[in-house]
Write a protein that binds this ligand. Structure first.
Ligand code: GLU
Length: 513
C-alpha cells in the first residue's frame, strides 16, 4: 500500500515488563524516538504485558522511570484512570488524542504526561479480532496435545522435513470446536497461515523473504482472552496507526507472521527496520553482564543520561563525519535509519566510559555538584553547595563517572585514615618530613583567612619549595590533606579546604610522625 508513505510517522517502543529495562532495549527505544523526532512523528510506549506470570508492575515502573531519566518521552497514551483512548479503532485518533492529552496532564498520577498503553487493558479489543478471524474461518481451535505435537515433530524430522504444525485441527468445524471447548477440552487458537511467500523491504536489511509454507499454522492465542505476542502486537500496530516498526533483529522471524495477520485482517502495511545485534568486543553475542545490565545499574554507576544516549546511538550507526561526541540534537539531525548497519554492533564499555568522561568535563561545577550530591548522600556526606561545586571542579578532569567522582572527592569531606609512611617523600626521614610540614604551616599561617586561595598559597610556599625541594614540601602536604597518593594539585586542595581545615589536617599529620 503506497498510502504508508503519506501517513504521519508513528513509531512504538513495546517492551515486555518482565525485567528491568536493559540497555539493549534502550537502544531500540532510542532509535524509534529519534526517528519520530526527525519526522515530526509520534513515539508511542506500549507495555506488552499479556504474559501474566512474567509481567510485574515493578518492572513497568522501572521502564517508565528509566525512559524518563533518559529523556525519552512518549507522546501519547491512555489517561491515568486507565481508560483507553486513541488506540481504539472506533475513535477519531487525532481529536481524541488531543482531548486525552489535556486531561492526562491534569491528573499527574502518572510518571509522564500520559500513561503508556498496556496490552492487559486491551483484552476486549483483541478478543473482537480473534472472533472475527474464527468467524471468517481464518483461525480455528486446535485440540492437539503436547504429546501429539511432539510426535508429529519427530515424524517430520525423521522424514527430513522442517517441522511445522501439520494442520490436524484445521478442518474442525467452528461449532464443533466451540462445543468441545465448552465441554472442557483444552485448546489454543491457531491462525491459518497462507502457503505463500511473504516479502518485505526492510529499511536496514533490504529485501527479506519468508515462506509461509514452512511456517505452519501459528498459535495466536491461548484463548479469546489470552492473546499471544504476535497477534496482540499486530492488532495494536494497526490501531495505534504505527507506520514504522523499528526493533531488534531477533524479531525478524516474527515479521512474516505479523504480515500474514495484517493481510488477513486487511490492515495497512508497515515499514520495518530490524536493527543489528549487540556484540561483545570479541564479536561474540553480547554477554549478560553488559547488555542485560539494567539502565538502573548505569544510573547508579554514575553515567549521565546524555552520555548513554550518545553511546547507544552509535551502536549500529555512526555519523557521516568521524565524530564520537554528539548531543541529542545533532543525533536527531544526522541519524539515518537507512545507514544503520546490518552487522552486529560492538558494545565497548571503554568507549562508554570515555564518552561519559567527556560529558562530565563539559558540565559546569554547579551542574556537577547537583549530580555529585546524590552520590554523596549515599555516603552520608552533606556540605554547602559552593563547597561541593568547588570539589567537583577539582576532580572533574580525572574521573569517568559520577560514582568515581564521589569516590575521588570523599577525602574533601572526611579525612581518611592513613599511615605515617604515606607522608614521607622518597627516602626522607620522619623528622625531615615533620620539619617540612612545620615550616609549611608557618608560611601558610601568614596568609589571612579570606585570601587563602591557590595563588596566594603558591606564593607563600615558593621560597620554602625553592630551598627544600618541591617533592619535600608538597608531597607531605598532599598526603596530609587527602590521605592518599593521588589527588588534585595540593595547592588547589588547600584553597578548597580553607585555612582552618588545612591547618587542622597538617597538624594531624605532624602528630603521626
Ligand atoms: N514485547 C516485545 C519485546 O519486548 C516487542 C517486540 C516488538 O517490538 O514487536 O521484545
Amino acid at each position: 500500500m503506497t498510502a504508508t508513505q503519506k501517513r504521519g510517522v508513528r513509531v512504538r517502543f513495546a517492551p515486555s515488563p518482565t525485567g528491568f529495562l536493559h540497555v539493549g532495549s534502550v537502544r531500540t527505544a532510542l532509535f524509534n524516538w529519534i526517528f519520530a523526532k526527525q519526522n515530526s512523528g509520534k513515539f508511542i510506549l506500549r507495555i506488552e504485558d499479556t504474559d501474566k506470570e512474567r509481567s510485574k508492575p515493578e518492572y513497568e515502573k522501572n521502564i517508565l522511570e528509566s525512559l524518563k531519566w533518559l529523556g525519552l518521552d512518549w507522546d501519547e497514551g491512555p489517561s491515568p484512570n486507565g481508560a483507553q483512548n486513541n488506540a481504539d479503532d472506533t475513535q477519531n485518533n487525532a481529536e481524541k488524542s488531543q482531548r486525552e492529552s489535556a486531561s492526562s496532564r491534569r491528573k499527574s498520577a502518572y510518571i509522564g504526561d500520559y500513561g503508556p498503553y498496556r496490552q492487559s487493558e486491551r483484552i476486549k479489543i483483541y478478543r473482537n479480532y480473534i472472533e472475527r478471524l474464527i468467524g471468517e474461518g481464518r483461525a480455528y481451535r486446535c485440540f492437539c496435545s503436547k504429546e501429539q505435537l511432539e510426535s508429529d515433530r519427530q515424524t517430520m524430522l525423521a522424514e527430513g522435513l522442517p517441522p511445522k504444525y501439520g494442520g490436524r485441527c484445521r478442518n474442525i468445524k467452528k461449532e464443533d470446536g466451540e462445543k468441545r471447548m465448552k465441554n472442557g477440552e483444552a485448546c489454543v487458537i491457531r491462525f491459518v497461515v497462507p502457503e505463500t511467500d511473504v516479502e518485505f523491504n526492510d529499511l536496514v536489511r533490504g529485501n527479506v523473504k519468508f515462506s509461509g509454507e514452512l511456517m505452519g499454522d501459528m498459535i495466536i492465542a491461548k484463548s479469546e482472552d489470552e492473546p499471544l505476542y504476535n497477534f496482540a502486537a499486530t492488532i495494536d500496530d494497526e490501531l495505534m496507526e504505527i507506520t514504522h516498526v523499528i526493533r531488534a533483529e531477533e524479531h525478524l522471524s516474527n515479521t512474516p507472521k505479523q504480515i500474514f495477520l495484517q493481510q488477513a485482517l486487511n490492515f495497512r502495511e508497515i515499514k520495518y527496520a530490524h536493527i543489528p545485534l549487540i556484540l561483545n568486543p570479541d564479536r561474540s553475542k553480547m554477554s549478560k553482564r553488559y547488555l542485560e545490565s539494567s539502565v538502573n545499574d548505569y544510573r547508579s554507576g554514575g553515567y549521565l543520561p546524555e552520555a548513554m544516549l550518545n553511546f547507544l546511538s552509535l551502536l549500529g550507526w555512526h555519523p557521516k563525519e568521524e565524530k564520537e561526541i554528539l548531543g541529542i540534537d545533532e543525533i536527531i539531525k544526522e541519524f539515518d535509519i537507512k545507514r544503520v548497519q546490518k552487522a552486529g554492533a560492538v558494545f565497548n564499555i571503554e568507549k562508554l566510559n570515555w564518552i561519559n568522561s567527556q560529558y562530565i568535563k563539559k558540565k559546569t561545577n554547579t551542574e556537577l555538584a547537583a549530580l555529585l550530591r546524590i552520590f554523596l548522600e549515599n555516603k552520608n556526606i552533606d556540605a554547602e553547595d559552593e563547597f561541593v561545586a568547588k570539589v567537583a571542579g577539582a576532580e572533574k578532569e580525572r574521573v569517568k563517572t559520577i560514582a568515581e567522582l564521589a569516590e575521588a572527592a570523599e577525602f574533601f569531606f572526611k579525612l581518611p585514615d592513613y599511615g605515617p609512611e604515606l607522608l614521607t617523600w622518597k627516602n626522607r626521614t620522619a623528622a625531615e618530613t615533620k620539619n617540612a610540614i612545620n615550616e609549611s604551616l608557618k608560611m601558610l599561617d601568614e596568609i589571612p583567612e579570606e585570601k587563602f586561595a591557590r595563588e596566594e598559597i603558591g606564593n607563600a610556599l615558593q621560597q620554602l619549595i625553592e630551598k627544600t625541594g618541591r617533592g619535600e614540601v608538597l608531597w607531605p602536604i598532599r598526603a596530609a590533606l587527602s590521605g592518599q597518593k593521588a589527588s588534585p594539585d595540593p595547592l588547589e586542595i588547600m584553597g578548597i579546604l580553607g585555612k582552618k581545615e588545612t591547618e587542622r589536617r597538617l597538624k594531624i599529620a605532624m602528630k603521626k610522625l
